[in-house]
Ligand binder design. Structure first.
Ligand code: CP
Length: 350
């Protein structure tokens, strides 16, 4: 691992080490009070966040390090037209780790090309969110004892839900995991994510009640309003699925209910006192998981950056791809965009 762009950047050994470190910090947080004294975290949030930004910042502070950055790009030179490349070249010279959240898919991958410090993808558009997956997996392992051999239902916005994309890809690396996909057809899991989950037993079930009755974990997500171009379409789809106490009456007694949060009505507050509701524990574990990750990243040997060659390649046609707003980025060869993973289509006549 040098950067964490998606969870699958971690080897099996790195995941095991992170989990062991998570447990150690949870047991003896005082032992880590000064572990990163003198180190700095750059927290670059081009998109709103509560949990990811603040838990990373709290994690660095609890380890004795320092934090700087922005939570509103309008208050930085991004508002004057500064490129992602220039921003990252400079900021990575000021910091030991850079966390980046950006509305464009592939932004973290692009930033990593120019960064002299490890880049952590804190969410790139509707693409990936690996540290949420780290949070989800430590929660599952801590509360269930292991991650493999489980049935998980994922419900809501599977099209734009980056937490779902990263989670399913990570789960595909464990043995015996089956996933039940519950979504409106308009918000179904994209083909490029399905193709990268070959080891997962994936089925679709449009009925949330039926899905909840047959799984060990139910992972609810909100419909991602910020990704819609048509407000009426969002209104039509936003509460297609609601996990009511009535549905839960028939669900397994040992079900684990997870949600990356924030929620937007798909889990009513009436569910919060259900002993199976673990989403606030999940958010709490996210802080410790990010402490473990920062310790790992800050212990990496320094590296130098080699400016990428422009090369040939095909321009990506995905309007949500980072290459649409940062046109200097080297184009991708092969069949898929190296940044956002969408299939590349050669324009006619080329
Ligand atoms: N789960 C998550 O990414 O939450 P935030 O958007 O608040 O960071």
């Amino acid at each position: 691992m040098r950067h964490l762009i998606d969870f699958t950047d971690l080897s099996e050994q790195e995941w095991q080490r992170l989990y062991r470190r998570f447990e150690e910090i949870a047991e003896r947080p005082g032992d880590y009070r000064d572990a990163l004294r003198g180190q700095t975290l750059a927290s670059l949030f081009y998109e709103p966040s509560t949990r990811t930004r603040l838990s990373f910042e709290a994690a660095m502070l609890k380890l004795g390090g320092g934090v700087f950055g922005f939570s509103d790009p309008a208050a930085s030179s991004v508002s004057k037209g500064e490129t992602l490349k220039d921003t990252i070249i400079m900021i990575s010279g000021y910091a030991n780790v850079v966390t980046l959240r950006h509305p464009k898919e592939g932004a973290a991958m692009a930033a990593a090309l120019y960064s002299s410090a490890p880049v952590v993808n804190a969410g790139d558009g509707g693409h990936n969110h690996p540290t949420q997956t780290l949070t989800d997996l430590v929660t599952i392992r801590r509360l269930r004892g292991s991650v493999g051999n489980l049935r998980i239902g994922v419900c809501g916005d599977l099209k734009y839900g980056r937490t779902v994309h990263s989670l399913l890809r990570a789960l595909a690396r464990f043995e015996g995991v089956s996933a039940v996909l519950v979504s409106a057809p308009e918000l179904a899991l994209p083909g490029y994510v399905k193709r990268s989950c070959k080891n997962l037993n994936l089925t679709e079930e449009p009925d949330l009640r039926a899905a909840a009755g047959g799984v060990d974990i139910l992972y609810m997500t909100r419909v991602q309003r910020e990704r819609f171009t048509d407000a009426a379409e969002y209104e039509r789809l936003k509460l297609r699925y609601t996990l009511t106490p009535e549905i839960l009456r028939e669900a397994p007694k040992d079900l684990l209910i997870l949600h990356p949060l924030p929620r937007a009505g798909e889990i009513p507050e009436a569910v919060d006192n259900d002993p199976r509701a673990a989403y606030f524990d999940q958010a709490r574990y996210g802080l410790t998981a990010r402490m473990a990750l920062l310790l790992e990243l800050c212990s990496l040997p320094p590296f130098t950056v080699k400016e990428p060659e422009p090369g040939g390649g095909t321009a990506c046609g995905n309007p949500r791809c980072i290459t649409q707003t940062e046109p200097y980025l080297p184009a991708s060869g092969g069949g898929v965009c190296r940044y956002c993973e969408h299939p590349l289509v050669t324009p006619p006549g080329v």
